[in-house]
Design a protein around this ligand. Structure first.
Ligand code: DX5
Ligand code: ZN
Length: 228
């Protein structure tokens, strides 16, 4: 699977979301952070904004739900136009049922792990998912420092994906920048969320191209990426 770069609109200007989506043309997905002030100590946007954004851009939406009760809310984000919906396993009551419901409604199903949540208990669930998100900061805010201590988890997850021969994307989110993306690609990530590193740049589209080039070079040099 090719490297994918997903700018996070958390670092964009919320009053100009349609323009901010255009500013990163060439991005694979737009990453949309939904926060409810319960699962994380921050509040962002919900279903109506996702619905408007979906009709304002051709770039597919990758909705990252940092909310309680995703079993109840996630299906509504598919209906609102999200092409990929990520729920946190720590908040889900029935992750297998929820992943199946997201897929049945026509979106890619993805599950996220907070930094302190291990991957190992979820090995048997991986075939139910289209993407796994490993958080590389504590979720809640953009602009935080990348947690290097997550690199072994990225490596172990890539090994599990290979061991089972799965077509599962491995996304990372938090502190991804020109300074950290190569380490993540080398460890096995293939989908990269970047907020401040893209929207904080003078030219966001150029920032996306730069991150992609770095990740592609690092993947080509990685053992897991050989022949990928
Ligand atoms: C944080 C969000 C991220 C955030 C990343 O909880 O899930 O998507 O936008 O921002 P940066 O790339 O600035 O760390
Ligand atoms: Zn996110």
């Amino acid at each position: 699977m090719a490297v994918q770069i997903n700018p996070s609109i958390l670092s964009a200007d919320f009053a100009r979301l349609a323009d901010e989506a255009k500013a990163v043309e060439g991005a694979d997905w737009l990453h949309v952070d939904v926060m409810d002030n319960h699962f994380v100590p921050n509040l962002t946007l919900g279903v109506p904004v996702v619905e408007s954004l979906a009709s304002a851009t051709d770039t597919p939406l990758d909705c990252h739900l940092m909310i309680e009760a995703p079993d109840r809310w996630a299906p509504q984000y598919v209906e609102a136009g999200a092409s990929s919906v990520t729920f946190h396993v720590e908040a889900a009551a029935a992750p297998v049922r929820l992943a199946r419901e997201i897929r049945a409604k026509g979106a890619r199903a993805s599950m996220a792990l907070r930094p302190a949540t291990p991957i190992e208990p979820y090995e048997d669930l991986l075939p139910e998912l289209d993407m796994l998100l490993i958080m590389t900061v504590e979720p809640g805010f953009g602009g935080q420092a990348f947690l290097d201590i997550m690199l072994p988890k990225i490596r172990r997850t890539r090994e599990l994906i290979s061991k089972h021969g799965l077509d599962l994307w491995l996304q990372i989110d938090g502190g991804v920048s020109a300074a950290t993306i190569e380490r993540c690609a080398e460890a096995g990530a293939d989908v990269f969320v970047a907020g401040s590193a893209v929207y904080g740049a003078d030219d966001p589209a150029e920032a996306v191209r730069g991150l992609r080039a770095q990740a592609e070079a690092a993947t080509a040099g990685a053992t897991w990426g050989c022949g990928h």
